[in-house]
Unconditional design. Structure first.
Length: 80
């Protein structure tokens, strides 16, 4: 299992969409919201995703495809 920490930024059209839930269901990753700030016009989330590395990579790509700005944070943790 792998774990990645991400900073996600949401533009106004995506603020009301449950993209983290969608990614968890679609890719079988486990989300852990570490910190967030969501307002009517924008939002950001620091998110840990745990799962198979390929599933995490696919979820990250999908976030970008739907319009979320994704930045991987330093210090990703790999577990054996």
């Amino acid at each position: 299992m792998s774990r990645s920490r991400l900073h996600l930024s949401f533009p106004e059209p995506l603020v009301g969409r449950p993209v983290i839930y969608e990614a968890a269901n679609r890719f079988g990753v486990v989300p852990n919201i570490r910190r967030a700030n969501v307002e009517a016009s924008s939002g950001w989330v620091i998110l840990e995703l745990t799962g198979e590395q390929q599933a995490i990579d696919e979820a990250v790509s999908w976030f970008s495809e739907v319009g979320v700005v994704v930045n991987r944070m330093e210090g990703d943790v790999l577990e054996s």
